[in-house]
Design a protein around this ligand. Sequence first.
Ligand code: ADP
Ligand code: MG
Length: 343
Amino acid sequence: SVPVALFKAGQVALDLANQIAAGEVVQRPASVVKELLENAIDAKSKTIKLIVKDAGKTLIQVVDDGRGMSITDARMAFERHATSKIKANEDLFNLTTKGFRGEALASIVAVSQIELNTAVADNPIGTLIKIEGSKITSQENSVTPKGTSIAVKNLFYNTPARRNFLKSDGVELKHIIDEFQRVALPHPDINFRMYHNGSEVFNLIKDSFKRRIIQIFGNKTEGKLVSLGEKTSILKLSGFVYKPEFARKHKGEQFFFVNNRFIKSSYFHHAIMGAFEGLLREKTQPGYFVNFEVDPKTIDINIHPTKTEIKFEDEQIIYTVLKSAVKHSLGQYNIAPSLDFST
Ligand code: ADP
Ligand code: MG
């Protein structure tokens, strides 16, 4: 038999490995929010509720009405590389889901205490599982409507250095709201609600993309938007840019989505700045909400753990299409002449 001390050392090493791996995916409460929301979307939910306490430091809970998990799936979900989304190698090159690595829940559970309550359709009995230190500590039947609730408690409770590294509640909450918006914006067909410390922060009702923008950023946004549209053999582009007079000194609302996934791209930002050339006051930037629809086979999402930077096969063509579409829309609205540079 294995000596106890050695066994313990092995366990410590394993816990440590899991915690280090978690660091890639889980940097702060907002990272957990992103992963849980994406899982709820992948489960085909129609209504998703995010409940946060103390800026996510004590509780992050996502409740969805998606397909739910069987008992076996629920127990498996927290194993590393347990994903139900990739069945064959080719799937990796033709992704239609947000998740595919099976890393997120395994990483989150290594640094938090979790309560999972889930049920599949046509089965009145669901499963309630509690996990701590990556181990299932209790499992029972529950009466649950179809769908999943995952509550992540006391993030980084077992990694004090990382817990201490967290910023103020104000800063962490801002990050959470950013992630919430990045996920909710490209999914206007899903109802999203968010609560912080018992108060409602967002209540987003299923509607058009334009209405979703207005629901998030306020009624005054409506008059700022100019719509974009372009279709070529390799992509469909849609969305909105702000009229030049609403450009601001600081980065405002700037969003690129590829197949409904938020991405960062200084390259495409540059294309938009190029299209606005001559229309902006010095050192200001326009807001934009741009959707690209491309064949999943022409992009590589796998280059960055949080999947916010991706590689495009046809990057230069997309740049050109984007720049000309924005120019065209700005020209069509014919707003350039009315610009007043004196204020
Ligand atoms: P990935 O999303 O990359 O597959 P995750 O660690 O995020 O990996 O989730 C692991 C698995 O748990 C998923 O593949 C899915 O089968 C299941 N799962 C997670 N969240 C949900 C949910 N909200 N509804 C149904 N199944 C879920
Ligand atoms: Mg996932």
